[in-house]
Design a protein around this ligand. Structure first.
Ligand SMILES: [Zn+2]
Length: 368
């Protein structure tokens, strides 16, 4: 079985999360060491859920009394097979089974889960108090964003339910979310999350080039570079930092060296919105835009976003003003024109075309 960090831990309740069996002892208690594990895993951005054979309302009420309910998403409490519960959690989260862990005091339950879901890592209840010492529960990077991961997924569950019950089209649905995209210049505390976003060679990474925290820090102090981070919020809560833009400003051309967005905001078209916003800013500054693009086997969607925004591979003499790029880099070019504001979300962003720290709100007037 492969290693890698666990993204969600599924707890059994009786004699695992708490001592005793709820049906026999309504006052089951949670040892302090276990409570500490729950809060620490939460801080590390590891999601937690429940697969328990109990009466749902009874067990959930006890979890609320114990102050643990808020840490547990998508609880599966009922009388079905544990493997069905674990599979349901993985499906709802969209997680690979290899990123799921399951902890239960009963060997028969662990066996049933292992057999049905071979990727899931299973742990006996005795391991509970030491989970935080294991490498698979110790992500390399813990950021401000990690701490909010649970709130994000809880928001996502509500959003999905809302979407399933919404009769209109996607744009109408997006407008009901009150999406608010805030672009700002990155500062020192953002660097770990910015690095994390650049490390992911995702479908939405235009170059697949990672930037180290140290390299990014140098760019923060460089007037010719903009390191921008975008956070997204809606009425169900924060999505966290979802995009990074790295821009080198030359006199006649701006070089978009990196644009990467988190895969989880693909439904909101954040990459395209950011490209249009940058295009509008470049138009104000009367410069051309050149985007570096390195095709990977995963980022075709990003290439489509660039082409949709009007970028082409036609040559332009402005490219001569840029340092020579690495051989694998394709340079996509755009003569920037003013852009209509977006109609499904509100954007606030720094004014790149002028000196200073001004922020503009860019959105269709209907959304103001
Ligand atoms: Zn040009």
């Amino acid at each position: 079985m492969s290693g890698g960090t666990v993204k969600c831990l599924v707890w059994d309740l009786d004699d695992t999360l708490w001592r005793g069996t709820l049906l026999e002892d309504p006052a089951v208690a949670v040892p302090e060491a276990i409570r500490a594990v729950v809060t620490e895993l939460d801080r590390r951005g590891i999601l937690q859920s429940v697969a328990s054979r109990n009466e749902h309302d009874h067990a959930w009420a006890r979890l609320e009394e114990l102050g643990l309910a808020e840490f547990l998403i998508l609880p599966q409490i009922g009388w079905g097979a544990k493997s069905h519960a674990v599979r349901a959690i993985a499906d709802r989260l969209g997680f690979d089974h290899r990123t799921i862990a399951f902890i239960d005091d009963r060997p028969a339950e662990r066996f049933e889960v292992s057999r049905a879901l071979p990727g899931v890592r299973c742990y006996p209840a005795e391991a509970a108090s030491t989970l935080t010492t294991l490498p698979e529960f110790s992500p390399a990077i813990v950021t401000e964003d990690s701490r909010h991961r649970r709130a994000r997924y809880q928001g996502e569950v509500l959003r999905r339910t809302e979407r399933e019950n919404f009769a209109g089209g996607q744009d109408d649905f997006l407008r009901t979310l009150e999406l608010d995209l805030r672009v700002r210049r990155a500062t020192e505390p953002d660097l770990a999350r910015v690095e994390e976003l650049t490390l992911r060679t995702s479908q939405m990474n235009a170059t697949g080039v990672p930037y180290s925290e140290a390299a990014l820090r140098d760019l923060l102090d460089d007037d010719a570079h903009e390191v921008l981070v975008a956070t997204l919020t809606d009425r169900f809560g924060p999505h966290g930092a979802v995009a990074v833009v790295l821009l080198a400003k030359h006199s006649s051309v701006w070089n978009l060296k990196l644009l990467t967005t988190s895969c989880r905001v693909i439904p909101y078209g954040i990459g395209s919105v950011l490209l249009r916003w940058l295009t509008g800013e470049a138009a104000k500054a009367r410069v051309h835009l050149v985007a570096d693009f390195v095709p990977t086997d995963r980022n075709r969607m990003m290439a489509v976003a660039y082409r949709f925004a009007g970028f082409t591979e036609q040559p332009c003499e402005c490219v001569a003003d840029l340092p020579v790029a690495a051989a694998e880099v394709r340079r996509m070019h755009l003569v920037a024109l003013a852009q209509e504001p977006p109609t499904v979300l509100r954007v606030s962003a720094p004014e790149l075309a002028v000196e200073g720290t001004g922020v503009t709100v860019w959105t269709a007037s209907a959304l103001l």
